[in-house]
Ligand binder design. Structure first.
Ligand code: ATP
Ligand code: MG
Length: 141
């Protein structure tokens, strides 16, 4: 798949929502992209598409949010504040990689060694105030 441009927050969320239909569990997605590039908005849509009804926010300080009650459990990780592999070990991140559910990781390049080889990497970019872009990318090392 090539690149897709989203003209609004709703379009970004809708992409995530449609994405959910293709998932069977065990998938790991790495979402790269600068602050505000729409990673969490995409996860919002994904959670909704899986049937989760609660709030979705960036787990920047808590590292992991679990969204349960939908068709598959969704694990939302944000490694922004992770400094070292030891940090990741301390909070048992590997428990979520892989899981029976779907795992999405924001800021995966904070600890590249954490992600298994079959993780699927995507890049989000800021195009303008209201536009974002997504494209698949090679695994970052
Ligand atoms: N087309 C768009 N898609 C998604 N977000 C958009 C779009 N246009 C503007 N925005 C704004 O960009 C911001 C995206 O925030 P979001 O929390 O999803 O970013 P993020 O990539 O998760 O950042 P962080 O690395 O800080 O967690 C929101 O404030 C949203 O309103
Ligand atoms: Mg975020």
């Amino acid at each position: 798949m090539g690149l897709t441009i989203f003209n609004s927050v709703e379009a970004t969320q809708a992409f995530g929502e449609n994405w959910a239909a293709d998932l069977a569990g065990g998938e790991i997605f790495a979402l790269h992209g600068v602050l505000g590039s729409g990673k969490t908005q995409l996860v919002k849509g994904l959670a909704r598409g899986l049937g989760y009804r609660g709030d979705v926010t960036s787990p920047t300080f808590t590292i992991i949010h679990e969204y349960l009650g939908g068709r598959l459990p969704l694990y939302h990780l944000d490694l922004y504040r992770m400094q070292s592999e030891q940090d990741a070990i301390n909070i048992d991140i590997e428990e979520y990689l892989p899981s029976q559910g779907v795992t999405v990781v924001e800021w995966p390049d904070r600890i590249p060694s954490l992600l298994p080889p079959d993780a699927r990497h995507w890049e989000l970019e800021v195009v303008s105030l209201t536009e974002r872009l997504i494209r698949p990318r090679e695994r970052a090392d």
